[in-house]
Design a binder for this molecule. Structure first.
Ligand code: PRP
Ligand code: ZN
Ligand code: MG
Length: 225
């Protein structure tokens, strides 16, 4: 593969972090020409291109060197980091800095009628989640013997469907839990949008572009705070 000169940054295509991520980049002075399929956006103001992808794919794209940077929830990075550790591997991506938006938490939630009186209340339950590594690690650290049921989405409906007794999912406003008659029991991870990058920073032109972008992000965030 021919080495890339241009820097590439991945952001969520559609979801909670999409608009704020693109807004941050535009405040950094980045302008893009959107392609027909809208997945790859060519940077017109600087040699920095944008890739619009599923948030869960961002750590892998960085690890594989397809992208240099990504804007993603700490929850996604932490889950994939934890999963790598459970496999005995060291992840090739890392959090570079927090971005101050998209705050939420990963929490265990129970149906209204189930009481929560500490972690041992979860003993023997089936817990549905899209975050199996973080959930498993937390249950283990609390000495809870519960079964983790892995789902790829619509976790909140699992207790109603009878496929699980409780869930472990992201809570932001709490509206989703409320709509599904679930009550937050305990938070296991605080999250927000972060800038992620490779554990080996790019060199040469791309390295310089990355430093420039990091300085601009710093400036934008300081103005906001
Ligand atoms: C999260 C989570 C809930 C929702 C909670 O999904 O899975 O569905 O947000 O937010 P609320 O408390 O404000 O109702 P997210 O948008 O992060 O997307 P994903 O799970 O599809 O990746
Ligand atoms: Zn996702
Ligand atoms: Mg969701």
């Amino acid at each position: 593969m021919k080495p890339r000169d241009r820097l590439r940054i991945a952001v969520q295509k559609s979801g909670r972090l999409s608009d704020a991520s693109q807004d941050l980049l535009s405040r950094c002075g980045l302008r893009f020409r959107h392609s027909r399929d809208k997945l790859f956006c060519f940077g017109e103001s600087l040699a920095i291109d944008l890739l619009l992808v599923r948030d869960d794919d961002i750590p892998g794209l960085i690890a594989d060197g397809v992208c240099d940077l990504g804007i993603v929830g700490r929850n996604v990075l932490a889950e994939q980091e934890c999963a790598a550790q459970l496999r005995g591997e060291t992840p090739a991506f890392e959090e570079l800095r927090s971005l101050g938006f998209g705050r939420c938490r990963l929490s265990i939630a129970l149906p209204q009628e189930l009481d929560y009186d500490g972690a041992s209340s979860l003993d023997g339950l089936r817990i549905a989640t899209t975050y199996p590594a973080l959930t498993t690690q937390w249950l283990k650290s609390e000495g809870v013997d519960a079964k983790v049921v892995v789902l790829s989405g619509s976790v909140e409906i699992a207790p109603k469907l009878g496929t699980a007794d409780a869930i472990c999912d992201l809570v932001s406003t709490g509206a989703t839990l409320q709509a599904n008659q679930l009550r937050e029991a305990i938070g296991i991870l605080e999250s927000e949008a972060v800038l992620a990058g490779s554990t080996t920073a790019p060199k040469g032109e791309r390295g310089e572009l990355m430093e420039l972008l990091l300085r601009r992000i710093e400036g934008v965030i300081q103005v906001r705070e």
